[in-house]
Every structure is written in C-alpha cells, then in structure tokens.
Design a protein around this ligand. Structure first.
Ligand code: EPU
Length: 363
C-alpha cells in the first residue's frame, strides 16, 4: 500500500495545487478490516474523510487527477452492512468525521448531534451519560453513526427514524452540503432516501431530537422478559441499555470475533390473507401485525424451519443462535456467501412461498 500525492495535470499551474490540502490517497488499500464480515477485499484507491472540509477538495482532485477521473466511488462507514468484492476497482471514501455535541433544545426535546464517523454504541452510551435518554433500545448495534440513517437502524421496538431530526450530507447530485429534514428522509423499515438513491449522499452528521419527557420503550417481548428477570419493574434508561446489551451479547455474534453483517435478510411483510393461509399450514408461524394491516414474518423462524440453523458451507455459514445472521470464518469470498444466501432464499420460497430480501448492500 502506498500513499500517493496528487499529481498535477499538465494544464494546471503548480501553485494552484500546492495551496490545497488534500486527504492522503492510498493505493491498493485493504478493506478486510473495514468490513464486519471480514471478507478479504482490496480497493484500487481509498481516502479517509475526517472532516467535511476535505470533501470539496477531494472531489475537485478526482476531476483533475487522471488516475481518479471517472472512477466509481464507494462510501464506507463501519462496513457493517456491505458485502465487498475481492477487488473494488474504484475510490473508497472512508468516513471518519468525529464529534458528539449537545446541540441545544426545542420546547419538547433535547438536540444531540453526532459525526458520521463516531461509533454508534459509544454514542448511545454517551447520550445516557449526558442525561439525554431515548436511544437506549439501539445499544450495541455495530457500526458508525453515519450508517444509522442509511438503513434506519432498528431493534427492540425502536427505529432511529423516530428521533431523527435532521441529517447533514454532501449531495453529489447538487455538488453541495444539504440538510435533510423529516419530509425528505424517506424512512421505512430498513429503508431511507439514502438507500433508495445509492451514491447520491455522503452523510456527515446526524441530529437527534430526544424528548425531554422520556418514557421507557419496553414493548418488545424479549426485552420486557429480560427486564423482568433483572427485577427492573420501573426501568431506567440505563437498565434498558444493559438489558439490550445482554440480549444482543447472548444471541448475536460479535463481528470482531466472527465475521457477520447482522441480519442478512429483512423480515418480510405479507398481506393478512397470505399470513392466514400460512398459519393454516404452519400454526407456529411467528408474525407481528403492522400499522398498514400487513404482517411482518420472523425471517429467522422461516430460515430455521428450513433446517439452516448452524449450517456450514466452507468458510461461510448460518449462525447457530440467530439464523437470520450469516457468518464468515475467514478466507471466504462474497460469491460463497451470496450462494448460501441464494440457497436459503430458494428454500424459504419453496417451503413458504415467501421471498426474502437481502439486507446488506452487495457491492
Ligand atoms: N426466530 C427464530 N429463529 C431464529 C431467529 C428468530 O425462530 O433463529 C424467531 C423467534 O420467534 C424470535 C423472533 O424470530 O422471537 C424474533 O427474533 P429476534 O428478536 O432475534 O428479531 P429478528 O426479527 O430476527 C430483528 C432485526 C434485528 C434486531 C432484532 C431485535 C431485522 C432484519 N432484524 O431481528 O436487527 O436486533 O429484530 O429487534 O429486522 C440487524 O439488523 O443486524 C439486527 C440484528
């Protein structure tokens, strides 16, 4: 791996370059430690974006540097929701922008800002320490804060969409920073405008509005049971945080120990009539009513019923406690993982007539 300095296109005078601060451009950059699946991967070029101010310069450099001109770009945060190829022939932009700030208040809420490069779990813990509760149900979700709005992270009865006030991002289409608000997020279950328009935005900062009037969110059955066991009948935000951490530690593999990208499939939502028909054949079907009248099926249950719990296929497999999670033990490749995912999808379609949608972004 080599650090490359910007080279000067022949038509530009030297001093036009020397006054600009360019982030270091790295060649043949290994992404193996930058994706939670741990898939061996390399990028032709990579840069680290550790401040908003680095962006306009970098994009100008890409226009002018013959090595970078026209290359595809991949924006990478923690790499917790991507399946990377062995070689990415473009420019990877690693976002590491720091910052956690108490950003003021409205009548009803505390405003809290977080830089895209902050670790999500540490940020959640920090909000509690600052007496700004609300995000505790989202404890221990791996990854960086900038990824949170992209897939609208959600767990244990809460989606980040609920408290997301605004998102600051570079808009590659407009060539400027924009501040997106509630009407522009396009948030849905594991969905947002950032997912719908891939490559258009690079998220730099997320602002949350956390209600001053905090109420515990303990409707998720497994969380309620965990709290009851801990004897917390009037749980504090910290007790909820601890309970979520305990559940996740028990069920989900730690990506620093065993490669994984969390849930590999979304929970499919089916119309009420389809769920009725399924229940008649499979009385133990696990499902949850949705606001729109549909039912969300537990994909983990569907996959488990097809016999995949703990399955291994070479370097990849299905987790033995949460079947929705595919794992990679090292040395494998995206194709192996995607072949296993396809095998699982086909089996679920065959047995239940339901299509599974993959959650991670396949590059
Ligand atoms: N289930 C099984 N077998 C399994 C897994 C689940 O039968 O192997 C059934 C059980 O009945 C269980 C139910 O499915 O009670 C729900 O399981 P769980 O609470 O683990 O939740 P999930 O629906 O499988 C979703 C999110 C998780 C999130 C949990 C908790 C998606 C795609 N996944 O999983 O998110 O942590 O709810 O809220 O919506 C992630 O995205 O990486 C992730 C872990």
């Amino acid at each position: 791996m080599a650090v490359l300095r910007p080279i000067r296109p022949p038509e530009r005078p030297a001093q036009a370059y020397s006054i600009r601060l360019m982030p270091d451009l790295l060649e043949d950059f290994s992404l193996t430690r930058h994706n939670s699946l741990g898939l061996p991967s390399k990028a032709r070029y990579a840069v680290e974006i550790d401040a908003e101010s680095a962006l306009p310069d970098l994009l100008e450099q890409q226009e002018e540097d013959p090595r970078l001109y026209g290359l595809p770009r991949l924006i990478l945060g923690g790499g917790n929701n991507v399946v990377l190829p062995a070689f990415y022939p473009g420019l990877v932009m690693r976002v590491t922008i720091p910052g956690r700030t108490l950003a003021g208040e409205t009548g009803a809420a505390w405003l809290v800002d977080v830089g895209a490069g902050e670790n999500w779990h540490s940020f959640v813990e920090w909000t509690l320490a600052q007496d700004r509760p609300g995000l505790e149900n989202l404890a221990l979700i791996p990854g960086l804060a900038g990824g949170a709005p992209i897939q609208n992270i959600g767990a244990y009865g809460l989606e980040m969409a609920r408290f997301c006030e605004s998102v600051r991002a570079w808009d590659f289409g407009e060539g400027r920073f924009v501040e997106l608000g509630a009407t522009e997020f396009g948030f849905g279950y594991r969905d947002s405008v950032f997912k719908q328009e891939p490559g258009r935005y690079l998220v730099t900062r997320v602002r949350f509005a956390l209600p001053k009037d905090w109420t515990p969110n303990t409707g998720y059955a497994e969380l309620a049971a965990e709290l009851a066991q801990a004897g917390a009948d009037k749980p504090t935000p910290r007790a909820i945080f601890d309970a979520v951490v305990a559940i996740r530690r028990r069920k989900l593999p730690d990506p620093t120990v065993l490669g994984n990208a969390g849930s590999f499939f979304k929970n499919p939502v089916v119309p009420a009539a389809q769920r009725e028909a399924m229940l008649a054949r499979f009385p133990a079907l696990v499902s949850h009513a949705q606001a729109d009248g549909g039912f969300k099926l537990a994909a983990g249950w569907l996959v488990e019923q097809c016999g995949f719990k703990g399955t291994r296929r070479g370097a990849v497999g299905v987790h033995d406690r949460q079947t929705l999670v595919l794992v990679h033990e090292g040395g494998g490749a995206a194709q192996e993982l995607l072949a296993l995912a396809a095998e699982i999808s086909a089996a679920v379609r065959e047995k239940f007539g339901v299509a599974l949608e993959m959650e991670p972004v396949v590059v």
